[in-house]
Design a protein around this ligand. Structure first.
Ligand SMILES: [Zn+2]
Length: 199
């Protein structure tokens, strides 16, 4: 089956829809492909509609039914290996070395955190379209859930080195101990040992 899709010239893909195109110059839908209509039940409320219903605009174009079915079947088919592998590779790259239970340092935030859990879900129930998010506990105890990618230049598995404390303070006795006094003490002990040897 030829699955080539050739939408009408100038048509744009409809957002959040697969294999659907609309005319950007359409007066009814402004190119969104969707027309909203009010649904009334005047017995219940004659002043406000019950709800609004979305319908495909008349300008919407989709491939032929059999092509659409085949595209859908392939898209939803389990074991779309290339797509799934690329997706999981991307996730592995985003996660970096992080694992549940591990502790990591964020240089950007200047704070450490422990990964509580990493959750995966599948876009539109498609097993080949995984996404992820992680819940972390920061060292100060608060939790956040996000999907911030690992940054090899900013993040680390190691605690940052302790700030260098600077030069050690000089012991007070060294303040008064002048080199002269030290050498005099040396001479005196040498003199004592000389005298001692003569006695
Ligand atoms: Zn339209």
């Amino acid at each position: 089956m030829d699955l080539t899709i050739i939408p009408p010239h100038g048509y744009h893909a409809v957002e959040h829809a697969r294999w659907m195109w609309a005319d950007p110059g359409c007066d009814r839908c402004d190119g969104t492909g969707i027309v909203w209509t009010n649904v009334w039940d005047h017995d219940i409320n004659e002043y406000a509609p019950l709800y609004r219903e979305d319908n495909d605009c008349d300008c919407v174009w989709t491939p032929d039914e059999d092509v659409l079915e085949e595209l859908d079947r392939r898209y939803r088919a389990r074991g779309n290996p290339d797509r799934a592998r690329d997706a999981w590779d991307g996730i592995a790259k985003s996660l970096g070395p992080r694992r549940a239970g591990g502790w990591y340092w964020s240089k950007y935030w200047g704070a450490g955190y422990t990964v509580v859990s990493i959750d995966y879900s599948f876009y539109d129930g498609d097993p080949a379209s995984p996404s992820w998010k992680m819940t972390v506990q920061w060292d100060d105890g608060h939790h956040t859930t996000h999907c911030t990618s690992w940054d090899f230049s900013q993040d680390s598995c190691d605690r940052p080195p302790a700030r260098h404390p600077g030069p050690a303070p000089i012991p007070p006795e060294l303040h008064s101990a002048t080199p002269i006094a030290a050498s005099r003490r040396g001479m005196r002990s040498r003199l004592m040992s000389l005298l001692g040897s003569h006695c």
